[in-house]
Design a protein around this ligand. Sequence first.
Ligand code: SF4
Length: 182
Amino acid sequence: MVFIRFWGCPLACSWCDEPLHKDPSARRDLPLETLLEQVDSIGAGISSVLLTGGEPLAVEQLSLLIAELKKRGKWLAMESSGVGYDIPEGLDWLTISPKKALAEEVMTKADELKFIVGPSLSTAQKQEINHWAAIHPNVWLQPRADNNKPNLQANAKCLQLVLASQGRLNLSVQLHKYLNIP
Ligand code: SF4
C-alpha cells in the first residue's frame, strides 16, 4: 500500500503521534502533479493507496486527488477524524477515528470506526463506544500510545472491553510501535 501522509490537523490531541507534527521541517509542499508523479513512480504495481494525516479532509484539492488516483485504478482508503469537512466521494474504504462527537451521518458513512482508548474511559466515552458497537458492524478499539510507546494500561483496558463485548468490538494494535518501526 502507498501511504500518503498529509501535514496538519484542526485538532490537537495530546497523544498525537503524527510524525510531521513533531518535526514540521519534514513537511514537503508538493503540487498535485508532483504528488501524482511520486505515486506513479513509488506505487507502480501497487494497487492500494491510503490517505491519512494529519487530517486528509483538510487538504485542498482532495476530491481532485481522489479522482486522479481512481483514474489510475487505485483502491483508495482514507483515515480521518471526520471533523470539519464533508466526506468526499470516490473512496473505497473509510475509517473514521472520532476524537470528538460527530454527526450520526458521518459515523454511519464509515466502513470502520476506530476509537482510541487510554487507561480509563469517561462515562461519555463508554456510552459512545457501546452505542456504536450495538449498531455498527465494524468497531475497533486501539490502545492509546504515549510518547510513541505502547501503553500497557491502555492495552489492558482495550482487551478488557473487547473480551466483554461478545464479538462486537475488535482490537487494533499498532504493531510498528512494538517493533520499533518509526
Ligand atoms: S485527530 Fe489525529 S492527526 Fe489530528 S491531532 Fe488528533 S491524533 Fe493527531
